[in-house]
Design a binder for this molecule. Structure first.
Ligand code: BGC
Length: 813
């Protein structure tokens, strides 16, 4: 017995020892491959200032003389060429991948680097070229807010999610948001913001839709360009992502999108094309997925033929984090930078040059593009950042924009509320307001204003019985109210359980409040797609709450408002008749509660309009036939596993539909293009949104000059409240010979704020080439001859006027 016990103990001991040894080597391997493998390339940060040739310069390579690359009076191309000519092959290869994930995981030595920055362009110490820092993301800069050994904090502003930005249709304000984000990046020493996201909302349940603008490529492209121009006006770069057709999170590292060239060109690429042409961003991020069998980061069709040769993109392309599989193929295709960089990629590139599968020319091209960015950076220009952006000023900007992008879906003589009202705040989200989604699109902000705080700030009385009910709910569910932190927070949305109200509680609330405001929340993010049940569809409990609370308020002649604090589309058709008003607040960033209060109180007249359709049923979307139905949320361990053992190509017979591959059978029929073509009812159409006032559209004039259609008309505020209106221009090819959408958004504008009775004149232009379709036979764009209806509209289903333009011989079929 004793012997057996001893033997057992010995075996256990050996096993534990083996585990420790394996763990030690595992951690070492992980560290050496993914975290820190750059010991020989430490950044040089002190240089001698030299006066030579009548110019003071930093002697970056310490040779005592002025090299062309050190001379900031020289054109950038010459400086890049000079630096390249001085670099060894090894140094150039080194430049093509980042330095690993250490900083993103907060594993930088105190006082070095920028903790939380997720990537770098590595330094070239021999030439004194600096480290360039890259960090997320679309709703504001994401770096770690605290640093070891320091008392002070490094918070950033959480701006509204991109979907809300797009709902504002206000390019000028979005530029301002971009400018504020860019200032934060500049002041915290970040050279490139990894955003905006410009993927199309192909299906409402993509977990990252909140990071993207719209189901329409024109709106996506214009919004993207506006924010990029704002960010880059600070001398910091952007990385427009995820290029391209990254429309689901499920199996995102391998998913193969099977899509027609026409749908790619007209829908998925089009927004990026507008961005490149209107903003020429510093960088573009290729996506994880494959398109028609090739990883986007390995596709020369996408990265070279289309992006560079056709669109004339001048910046660099970087991978998404650990994206793609074959480093030499990536560089050859035109994917210049591999992020965040691994030792494995570095070795693979070196081997490929040695065995001739990667050309030195391709390396020069990629390294040259990277150097261009380095020379353009604030870092290289010697900008000393102060770590002190004006967060209070940026809070005011986010508050303003958030209110401007909220969409009033319904209002039956209820809003605005005068602020002497006692408001019953109902539902857990009223008190735990959601600023944004999770994952890399999240921001580490100093605070989030809840709706309760926002309304109190606006002078409303918050009903005590409602607050008491929430406090009781919170204290009985303490564990569920702990917010996930660190790595866990990346893939775990905070979703505390919803409240239930007893009959007594409801009686007390209804009798003591003037009006009820119920907030419904949804929180999703990177690493998983949403699901239909209890997410797109309200839970039975939520539906019950709306019915029960609305009945109770109506029974005593009081009104009931529903606020939607959500990041993506939900079902509304089955319950929207119940409450008196519905405000789609989206996720409005850190000032969200104040912004909602601005709308509810009427301080701001709502002027947001939907950048996507709210369908009656999820299955009404044509894309629903091919979208993951039972997605699994990615975990941190799943992501790590994926790093160490990159997914192997499975044999075709084992491919799982909608996971390993997704057929984009709906082609160009995404969003309203589909609903309009099929003449289907929707719950709220694309472009829809109410105001506290009414607008009259004046007579429309149209003319064609050269290659441009000019449209002008007047908008008059005929109501009693000042407000802004979003006007939309759709074009329809009449008597088309091909299969085309019924109408497509071709231009839009937002009026200035119009006082009652005031008029704004709107002038819009449609470049005739934008009316072309992708001709699969010719493999080129074609313009159809003849008549086009140009429609001025308040939404895609509220056409106010129409003219017919005949393009006659203009068209070359
Ligand atoms: C995301 C990117 C992000 C990157 C760095 C990836 O997982 O897909 O959008 O920029 O991580 O955080």
């Amino acid at each position: 017995m004793k012997k057996k016990l001893l033997l057992g103990l010995k075996i256990l001991g050996v096993l534990v020892l083996l585990l420790i040894v394996a763990g030690f080597f595992g951690v070492r391997y992980f560290n050496k491959t993914f975290l820190s493998f750059e010991e020989d390339y430490a950044e040089v940060t002190t240089f001698t200032e030299v006066v030579g040739e009548g110019h003071t310069f930093l002697d970056r390579n310490g040779n005592g003389k002025l090299d062309v690359y050190e001379d900031d009076r020289q054109p950038i191309d010459e400086r890049v060429a000079d630096a390249l000519s001085q670099m060894t092959l090894e140094e150039k290869i080194h430049l093509l991948k980042g330095s690993g994930l250490a900083s993103a995981m907060g594993r930088t030595e105190p006082g070095t680097g920028i903790p939380g920055a997720v990537g770098t362009i590595v330094p070239t110490p021999r030439l004194g070229l600096p480290t360039i820092y890259l960090s997320d993301g679309p709703a504001g800069l994401r770096i770690l807010p605290t640093r070891e050994g320091e008392e002070r904090t490094y918070y950033c502003t959480a701006f509204p999610i991109a979907t809300l930005l797009a709902s504002s249709w206000n390019e000028k304000l979005i530029y301002d948001v971009g400018n504020a984000m860019g200032t934060e990046a500049k002041e915290y020493g970040i050279d490139v913001i990894l955003g905006p996201g410009a993927n199309i909302h192909r299906h409402p349940l993509c977990g990252r839709n909140f990071e993207y603008f719209s189901e329409d490529p024109l709106l996506s492209g214009y919004m993207g360009a506006a924010i990029i121009n704002g960010i880059e006006s600070n001398g910091v770069g952007t990385s427009v992502k995820h290029f391209v057709a990254n429309n689901q999170e499920t199996e995102r590292f391998v998913n193969n999108v099977i899509v027609s060239e026409r749908a790619l060109r007209e829908i998925y690429l089009k927004g990026f094309e507008h961005i490149v042409k209107k903003a020429q961003p510093w960088t573009i991020m290729s996506s994880y997925n494959k398109v028609n069998g090739t990883y986007t980061s390995e596709s020369s069709h996408l990265l070279t033929n289309i992006l560079r040769d056709e669109w004339k993109f001048e910046g660099l392309v970087m991978t998404d984090w650990f994206g793609g599989k074959n480093p030499p193929a990536q560089i050859t295709a035109g994917n210049d930078l591999l992020e965040p960089g691994t030792n494995r990629q570095w070795k693979a590139l070196k081997e490929a040059v040695e065995n001739g599968t990667l050309s030195k020319e391709a390396i020069d091209v990629a390294a040259g593009r990277i150097l261009r960015l380095v020379f353009n950076s604030k870092k290289m220009k010697g900008y000393i950042f102060g770590n002190d952006p004006d967060l209070a000023a940026h809070a005011a900007i986010t508050r303003k924009l958030a209110a401007e992008g909220m969409v009033l879906l319904k209002n039956e003589n209820t809003l605005p509320l005068s602020n002497n009202k006692n408001i019953a705040l109902l539902g857990v989200t009223s008190y735990e307001f959601i600023a944004g989604g999770t994952g890399s699109g999240d921001v580490n902000e100093a605070y989030t204003v809840s709706l309760a705080e926002g309304l109190a700030n606006a002078g409303f009385a918050i009903n005590e019985a409602g607050q008491k009910a929430f406090q009781a709910h919170k204290s009985t569910n303490k564990e569920d109210f702990k917010k996930p932190e660190g790595m866990e927070a990346i893939f775990s949305p905070f979703t505390p359980p919803e409240m239930s109200y007893s009959k007594e509680q409801i009686d007390e609330i209804v009798s003591s409040a003037d009006v009820g405001v119920l907030t419904l929340g949804r929180n999703a993010g990177e690493g998983g797609d949403r699901v239909e049940k209890d997410d797109f569809l309200l839970t039975d409990h939520e539906k019950g709450m709306i019915a029960q609370l609305t009945d109770a308020f109506h029974a005593v002649g009081k009104k009931m408002v529903v606020v939607l604090n959500i990041g993506g589309v939900i079902e509304t058709a089955s319950w929207k008749d119940l409450p008196d008003a519905i405000l789609l607040a989206w996720q409005g960033g850190q000032e969200g509660g104040n912004s909602v209060a601005d709308i509810l109180s009427g301080t701001v007249n709502p002027s947001g309009k939907l950048p996507m359709t709210f369908p009656v049923h999820l299955a009404d979307h044509a894309s629903h036939a091919n979208f993951p139905k039972n997605p699994e949320m990615m975990s941190v361990s799943g992501m790590m596993k994926n790093l160490v053992f990159p997914p192997d190509e499975k044999p075709k017979a084992e491919w799982i539909r909608d996971e390993d591959y997704t057929n984009y059978d709906e082609g160009i029929y995404v969003g309203y293009r589909h609903f309009d073509k099929q003449q289907m009812d929707v719950s709220y159409p694309f472009g829809y949104g109410l105001s506290y006032t009414d607008f009259q559209y004046g007579e429309m004039e149209a003319s064609v000059e050269k290659d441009t259609i000019n449209i002008s008309f007047a908008i008059t505020n005929i109501g009693e409240t000042a407000g802004k209106e979003v006007v939309q221009l759709y074009a329809e090819k009449l008597n088309t010979a091909i299969d085309r959408p019924r109408q497509e958004l071709r231009a839009f504008s937002k009026t200035k704020i119009l006082e009652p009775g005031a008029t704004d004149s709107i002038m819009l232009q449609i470049p005739v080439p934008e009316l072309r379709y992708w001709n699969e036979e010719k493999k080129d764009w074609s313009l159809e001859n003849g008549a086009y209806a140009i429609k001025v509209a308040a939404s895609s289903r509220d056409i106010r006027q129409k003219v017919v333009i005949d393009l006659g011989e203009k068209a070359q079929n």
